[in-house]
Write a new protein. Structure first.
Length: 98
């Protein structure tokens, strides 16, 4: 069970906050999702079913091969041209984890 306090703690770790009624709505939605997962778990032999890795049947699909076109490859300078903050040829982003 996911409590409202848990949701607030997770929101804090992710550095965002919601209104009190939004937490209540999210808590209700989690209860529904967990009930649905319990129902799925009750399907006989569910553990023997191979998980899907793609949402469509692909046995009739002929995939194209990826080909690198050297003329379309960007240089490091081209990639960083619009980057406001960079260090050692990399994009510098703010720290988002504790």
């Amino acid at each position: 069970m996911v409590s409202k306090e848990d949701l607030k703690k997770y929101a804090s770790k992710l550095m965002f906050d919601m209104k009190e009624e939004e937490y209540e709505t999210l808590e209700k939605e989690f209860k529904i999702i967990l009930k649905q997962m319990d129902l799925i778990g009750e399907i006989p032999n569910i553990k023997e079913v191979k998980p899907m890795t793609f949402p469509y049947i692909t046995y009739d699909v002929e995939w194209r091969k990826d080909e690198v076109d050297e003329n379309e490859t960007l240089t490091v300078n081209e990639v960083l041209a619009n980057c406001k903050h960079q260090i050692n040829d990399q994009v510098k982003v703010p720290k988002v984890v504790e």
